[in-house]
Structures are given as C-alpha cells and as structure tokens.
Write a new protein. Sequence first.
Length: 298
Amino acid sequence: MQTRSIFSILLLLVISNMAQAQQIFTLSQFTQHNFIINPAAAGANDQASIGATYRKMWASMPGGPQTTLIFGDKYFAKNKVGLAVVLYDDKTGPTSRTGGQVNLSYSIQLEKEKRIMFGLGGKIIQYRINKTDFSQYIPNDPLLASSGTTIKADAAAGIYYKSPTLNIGFSVQQLVQSKLNFIKSTSNPEGKLYRHLYAMGSYNIRTDQDNVLVPNILCQFVPGLPADISGGMRLEHKDLLWVGFNYHHNQSYSAFAGLKIDHKFSIGYAFDQYSTPLSYFDDGSSAHEISLRYYFAK
C-alpha cells in the first residue's frame, strides 16, 4: 500500500474518533429532507413521497465517507399524523453504520396553512469496525480483540413550525446515547452514540409569480465540540427547477441544482468543495451528492 493510502486511513481514524459529528451523516440538500434529522417534520411536505440519496465525500481518498439513504414520508391529514421511514448505510474509513429510523409527528393546526408539529423517532443501528483495515498498522489496539460489531437502539425527538413562509424546527438525535460496548474493560474509554442537537430554519420570499427565494440555515451541536453551521440560498422556479448555494462554516462550499418532472419526479445534484482539512490532498477535497424523489401528487 502506498504511503499516501496508509496516511489516509490513519487520518480517517483520527477524524472518526475526534469528530463525533461524523456518527451522523450530513447532506448538502438538507432543506428538502428535513424529516431525516427532525422527526417532527415527518409529513410536513403534505405530499406522500419516496426517494433515495447517495453522497460520496473526499472522492479520491481511500475510505472517504459515503452515505446511501432510502426514505419515504406521508401526512395523514384526517388524523393530523405524519410518518417517515429512513433506511441508511454510512461508511467512513474502517467504520460503518447501517440502520433504520421511523419518525412519527402530530400536528396542531394554528391558522390556515400554519401548524406546529411534534415528533418522536426510534432507530436501530448496527455499528461495525472492519478490523482488517487497520490491524497491520495498529496491531495492539484493544478493538482487535472485540467482535467488531454491535447493534443498538436509540431515540429522537423534535418540534417543527410550518407555514407558507417561515419553517423552523429543533430536534435531537441519539437522545439516549446508547453505549457501543465494543471493549468491555475499565482501562479503556467506552464509546457511545453521542447526542446531536439540531436547529433549522428557512423562509420563502416570493419575488414574483414564478420565483421563490429560500434562505436557510442548519446548526448542529454536539456537546464538547464547536457548533457546526451551514447556510445558504435556494432559488425555486415554479414547480420545475431549483438552484442554490450553501456555505458550511470553516469546511466547505456547495452548489446544487435540481429538476422536477410533471410535478412528481425530482432529481437533484450537489457538489461540495472542501477547504479544510482535505484541500491539502490533490483531488481529495470534493463531495458529490445525488438525490431522487417521487411525489404521489394528484
């Protein structure tokens, strides 16, 4: 294995251990998939939909993070209940997380087209470590004596305000902070699923009959780490296409665009250019994200 590949694996191990936020995947097109991180947003779009997203980060580096999601959501207006299901597979270096989450929301109608939504979610996750990826470089690591896999359950909760203009929400993922128990020893630190707090918001500004500007922001908090903030602007033209730009504070810039066909099938693409730390590697500082979604529109 080349020196660069060895160093890449070691770097990914360090990042995975120090950046606890990597326990939960990130998306550039987060405003169109709010229910993935906020259970209260399940059904907020009112239209039933199914979809899939694939994201590949740090494209040319061995073991760069990659995420695959399959999801669906629906709002049952008669019962004022929203339902969302998310299945995912998320890999970073020698670690991977495969699981699913079911989110339920309940809406309280405030005024016409305005409501406040409360949500709860439950998830099951299989956390795996591929021991063969680093055993020859860290032969005495206590992880090598473990099974390398564990299955845990956890929970999520959130609140979401929906209106024709302002949409804002707060949520927490991995609420229970289940212990991973890879290494059952008093002499080694015990890993766990760290609690992630989210605050999100967007505002629809109609510039004319056909176009809407949507400024948006997403803040993520993990205890003991600096706040992780993303924000940007999206332009939507009719129910046909959109383009946008995001800035991820001290990390990356992203540009994205999408097209909606016959008000039912949408396809979106996002490109991220990272400024730190991967910009120091040739061709290793980008990310690609593609999303497909079908709306069961009348």
